[in-house]
Design a protein around this ligand. Structure first.
Ligand SMILES: [Ca+2]
Length: 79
């Protein structure tokens, strides 16, 4: 059986430029009922800093009650 869910993730801005996602949409499939530690690597950058310091510090999932987590480095995993 296949099912799908959409997860909305946003980044909050600090300083002059808005952070931008590397890709507009990230899509993948995961097997149901199994812990997956590496699903998708999300990546956003902010032009307020140099390339070295433009990486986003934290990501947060906004969709409640989903069996996913996002780590500080942008990697998503199942819970
Ligand atoms: Ca900024």
């Amino acid at each position: 059986m296949l099912s799908s869910t959409h997860i909305h993730i946003s980044v909050e801005d600090v300083n002059e430029f808005n952070p931008e996602w590397k890709d507009q949409t990230y899509v993948t499939e995961v097997p149901e009922g199994r812990l997956e530690k590496r699903i998708l690597q999300l990546d956003a950058a902010d032009a307020d800093g140099s390339e070295k310091f433009s990486k986003i510090c934290r990501y947060h999932l906004l969709t409640p009650d989903v069996p996913f987590e996002i780590r500080a480095d942008g990697m998503t995993q199942t819970t």
